[in-house]
Design a protein around this ligand. Structure first.
Ligand code: NAP
Length: 478
């Protein structure tokens, strides 16, 4: 097991906070203190920007191949240490071993993918139709980037930003979530060994997130803010970014519909829902939040899905054979419990679970509810827990309207055997991503992101690198 690193990482140095501040990180499985971590101040944030500024010119001037090879080495070193990283993810976040290993592999892939993308910068040359002047278009690194990440994927949400930023030539300051800063700190020795120069990646855990991020966004050297987290905080960062017109990339909340059509393969749909609902215990922006099942197949589908949920084993995520670990903190567990009580009080029927166990640990069991009424709070907010809220529908147009009736637009899932119907419905769904006969859309090679209040911009794929680049057009003739 790698040692737990608990200091700020600035300019390649491990430092205490300038004001001596610190905060505790808990193990959600037993509520014990895992580590006491330095809490970065505004002064430390400025030190991060200074370090990033000093390192920027050299890194951005290196050839794309050289940057790509550093990223490739980071991928290889990451894969070698995957078990250690996965264990740390479970320790600070609670998720079960298989989920943690899945996340660590997914995170590592962003270094491989962007090692390959680094050498394929977009650009083109054209002719101005009227004058015959040459139009030369190329991409430049956008500049210093501030990255802010959530607790639900302590490795992957950071890797999904660091990979493309470094490929594009940008230095970064990353502020991980206060519940889970340890994984990101543990990745730093890997990046160092891979050859990432001091100052190119700086990690600033901080309990004063509003102040440190706000001051960094007020500094004219910062040109990109890439945030993953709640829509509420995303709105605040967009307001702060407006002052210096900083380029925003926002991966925000979701409220994913999961639609099971009458002609769906019910076993495949139940398996797909297990992934869409239970991956990461439901603590995912992509988690199926509103489940719409055609009324004629409801009984058969619910039976299949409930049997799968009932087979899951809950416990400490570090133990073998555990599928469901604890939720990340008491607040998240209490919110999930509230959603279930509220739905049941309004008439929902409990098919499984629904009873909060006594502590220690922030556990909540796999829960299935049917006949969930439209006014249940869980249909309008992110559940972020292992609770499936099922409703029925009768007709295609009706379910498309209901699915679209939300401020969010991150991902929607749809199961049908008829691809013509599937593509037709998919195109009418107002979501940035569609899982058509799949319960998982995340892939480093694909553009991840939402529409409406789920965000701006894309991560992964070719698109992910554009978030860290600026297009320059040169008008010339020769
Ligand atoms: P959050 O409360 O928005 O926090 C996310 C990050 O923002 C944390 O690092 C947090 O720091 C920081 N933060 C909080 N207030 C801030 C402020 N005023 N200024 C600057 N930074 C601030 O979200 P969360 O509860 O950690 O994560 C869950 C949310 O993330 C859900 O809504 C989920 O849907 C969303 N999410 C979206 C995606 C996506 O790709 N669309 C992926 C994963 C998660 P502290 O921890 O120190 O408060």
């Amino acid at each position: 097991m790698t040692e737990i690193l608990n200091k700020l990482y600035i300019g390649g140095q491990w430092r205490d906070a300038s004001d001596g501040g610190s905060f505790d990180v808990l193990n959600p499985a037993d509520e014990s203190v895992l580590a006491t971590v330095a809490s970065g101040s505004v002064e430390d944030a400025m030190a991060c920007l200074d370090a990033a500024e000093s390192a920027f010119a050299d890194w951005s001037a290196r050839s794309p191949r050289e940057r790509g090879e550093v990223l490739r080495r980071a991928y290889e070193l990451f894969v070698k240490r995957i078990d250690d990283i996965a264990r740390l993810i479970t320790l600070e976040n609670g998720k079960a071993g298989a989920d943690a290993t899945g996340e660590a592999r997914y995170a590592a892939e962003f270094f491989r993918w962007y090692a390959e993308e680094a050498v394929r910068p977009a650009g083109h040359v054209g002719l101005a139709p009227a004058t015959g002047a040459r139009i030369v278009v190329h991409q430049k690194p956008a500049g210093m980037a501030v990255l802010v990440t959530p607790w639900n994927y302590p490795a992957a949400m950071g890797a999904r930003k660091i990979g493309p930023a470094l490929a594009a030539g940008c230095p970064v300051v990353i502020k991980p979530a206060s519940e889970t800063p340890l994984t990101m700190l543990a990745l730093m020795p890997i990046l160092e060994e891979a050859g990432v120069p001091a100052g190119i990646v700086n990690v600033l855990p901080s309990r004063s997130s509003g102040a440190v991020v706000g001051e960094m966004l007020a500094d004219p050297r910062v040109r990109v803010v890439s945030f993953t987290g709640s829509t509420e905080v995303g709105r605040k960062l967009l307001r702060s970014a407006a002052d210096n017109v900083v380029k925003p990339a926002m991966e925000l909340g979701g409220n994913a519909p999961f639609i099971v059509c009458k002609d769906a393969d019910l076993d495949a749909a139940a398996d797909g829902l297990m992934v869409a609902k239970m991956r990461n215990l439901g603590e995912a922006c992509t988690a199926a939040n509103r489940i719409y099942v055609h009324e004629e197949i409801e009984v058969a589908f619910v039976e299949r899905f409930t049997a799968r949920m009932a087979a899951l084993k809950m416990g400490n995520g570090l133990e073998d054979g555990i599928d469901v670990g604890p939720l990340v903190n008491a607040e998240t567990r209490d919110k999930v419990d509230h959603f279930v009580r509220d739905a049941v009080a309004k008439g929902a029927e409990l098919k499984l679970g629904g009873v909060r166990p006594n502590g220690p640990g922030f556990y909540y069991p796999p829960t299935v509810m049917t006949n969930v009424p439209d006014d249940a709070e869980c249909l309008h907010d992110e559940i972020f827990g292992p609770v499936a809220a099922i409703q029925t529908f009768r007709d295609e147009n009706e379910v498309v309207c209901r699915a679209n009736d939300t401020q969010y637009g991150l991902v929607a899932y749809l199961y049908t055997r008829d691809m013509r119907r599937g593509m037709g419905i998919a195109e009418r769904l107002e979501f940035g991503m569609i899982g058509l006969n799949r319960g998982l859309v995340s892939d480093p090679a694909a553009p991840f992101g939402g529409v409406k209040q789920s965000g701006l911009g894309r991560e992964g794929g070719k698109e992910g690198m554009l978030e860290f680049q600026e297009t320059q057009y040169i008008s010339t003739e020769w």
